[in-house]
Ligand binder design. Structure first.
Ligand SMILES: Nc1ncnc2c1ncn2[C@@H]1O[C@H](COP(=O)(O)OP(=O)(O)OP(=O)(O)O)[C@@H](O)[C@H]1O
Ligand SMILES: [Mg+2]
Length: 425
């Protein structure tokens, strides 16, 4: 988890906002209270007031500033940069819906840009994320160089969205958190890592599998495809007429090199790879188990969790229910949790429009749909992974024992020929 906010040195406030209109202030203040900050720090005013105020006072950790009354936002942001202390995470607000302006603002060091009218959930997501960025180790912190978090994303069944999560997380780590990130897509024949980012996979991964002894820092520099300044990917579309010929040593070697060259590794790890090459998890810190709320997924979540306990006890499992549609699930959340004897850590709603948008834009699900609930949930997942310390052991969440007890799969499967067999044990 993210470290709770502690007052910083020099008496810096955790948060301050300069907002032009009352409606936005009314939406913001309750969220600020929820975050444990002082609502009085939400002042009426815009960018100019922020510049005036910060030129004579210490900068807050997180600054929210309204650009609505600024004639030349980019220029004014530069004026703000001159009075703002380094390390302040700035979230801008405005009413201009223009992708170019958004990109220019991000390029000028703004952390996020929110469009008016504001909603509480949008503010909550943006502020939680800004807080995570503020408390994450900074790249000029010498300790940060040694830190590396390796995350494997495994689907309990095919098509549950494991690759969607892997690519979205890699994009968030690299773009929102500015952490050097490697995405390793181990779905060697059918991988979608490159496709999701609108890139050609190239031959890098295939070469690595063919010649594991050649893998070194120089090799990965040349073989990986750059997706943005902080994200490099290794993916393949291996010909489907040739089986995978590897003992897995290339993958282990790649993981090892990534640990030196990046701060984050995300591995899209198909289930069969887990079975064939269990040593791939030897140095993985977090295993994200992507699942749907179905009977088969519940069974395989149980099986994979148990496998992880035996084979990768050091890795922290996180259960992520994806494509969740209220009232349409094959199994209810309570029954699912009772059967796996554990809580679901994150729930991502089914959002077909968002999936279509990502495909249309050639961007990851999270990048293409920043304001959506689904991306908000993925963002929280990203924050959680970043907050994982290397020492954190695989502590299972306390089992949530439902009054119904666990599922009896035998009896459930016996009932499977009854079309309306309900899963309520
Ligand atoms: N929350 C969601 N809402 C709607 N569609 C989604 C969601 N998450 C993923 N999808 C869509 O589901 C499809 C399958 O996703 P994805 O390829 O990520 O699954 P996977 O688990 O990696 O599949 P595979 O088993 O083939 O590797 C994709 O078309 C993706 O856009
Ligand atoms: Mg996949």
């Amino acid at each position: 988890m993210n470290a709770p906010w502690k007052p910083g040195p020099g008496g810096r406030d955790p948060f301050a906002a300069f907002i032009c209109d009352e409606a936005a202030l009314d939406t913001l203040r309750p969220v600020v209270i929820e975050m444990g900050w002082q609502p009085e720090k939400c002042a009426k005013g815009g960018l100019r007031n922020a510049v005036q105020s910060l030129s004579v006072a210490a900068s807050p950790n997180i600054l929210m500033v309204d650009l609505s009354e600024s004639g030349d936002p980019l220029n004014d942001i530069n004026a703000l940069a001159e009075v703002c202390e380094p390390g302040t995470v700035v979230v801008a607000i405005g009413q201009v819906n223009d992708v170019r302006l958004y990109r220019d603002l991000i390029a000028s060091g703004i952390h996020d840009y929110l469009l008016k009218p504001l909603s509480a959930s949008q503010l909550r997501d943006a502020l939680t994320q800004a807080q995570a960025v503020f408390s994450a180790p900074k790249s000029n912190d010498p300790d940060a160089v040694k830190r590396h978090i390796s995350t494997a994303v495994v689907g309990t069944r095919g098509g549950v969205g494991a690759s969607t999560l892997a690519t979205s997380l890699a994009w968030m780590f690299s773009s929102d958190h500015k952490l050097p990130t490697a995405l390793l897509d181990l779905d060697v024949h059918f991988g979608t890592g490159a496709l999701a980012l609108d890139l050609e996979p190239g031959r890098g991964l295939t070469d690595a599998i063919d010649n594991p002894s050649r893998i070194d820092g120089l090799f990965i520099e040349r073989a990986m495809i750059r997706a943005n300044d902080n994200l490099a990917i290794l993916s393949a579309e291996a010909p489907i007429n040739s089986p995978l010929m590897t003992d897995g040593s290339a993958f282990v070697q790649l993981e090892e090199e990534f640990r030196h060259a990046f701060e984050m590794t995300v591995i899209d790890l198909p289930r069969n790879m887990l079975i064939n090459f269990p040593h791939l998890l030897a140095d993985v810190n977090v295993v994200i188990l992507a699942t749907e709320m179905t009977l088969a997924s519940a069974r395989d979540t149980i099986r994979i969790l148990s496998w992880l306990k035996t084979n990768a006890g050091h890795a922290q499992p996180l259960i992520v229910a994806n494509k969740v549609q209220p009232g349409v699930a094959e199994i209810s959340k309570a029954d699912f949790e009772a059967s796996i004897e554990r809580k679901i850590d994150f729930t991502i709603p089914y959002d077909v429009k968002a999936a279509a948008n990502a495909a249309k834009l050639g961007q990851t699900f999270a990048e293409a749909n920043r304001g959506t609930k689904a991306s908000g949930a993925i963002r929280q997942l990203a924050d959680r992974v970043i907050g994982t310390s290397d020492e954190e052991s695989a502590g299972d969440e306390p089992a949530k024992k439902s009054l119904l007890g666990g599922f009896d799969f035998k009896s459930l499967l016996a009932k499977k020929d009854k079309p309306s067999a309900k899963v309520d044990a």
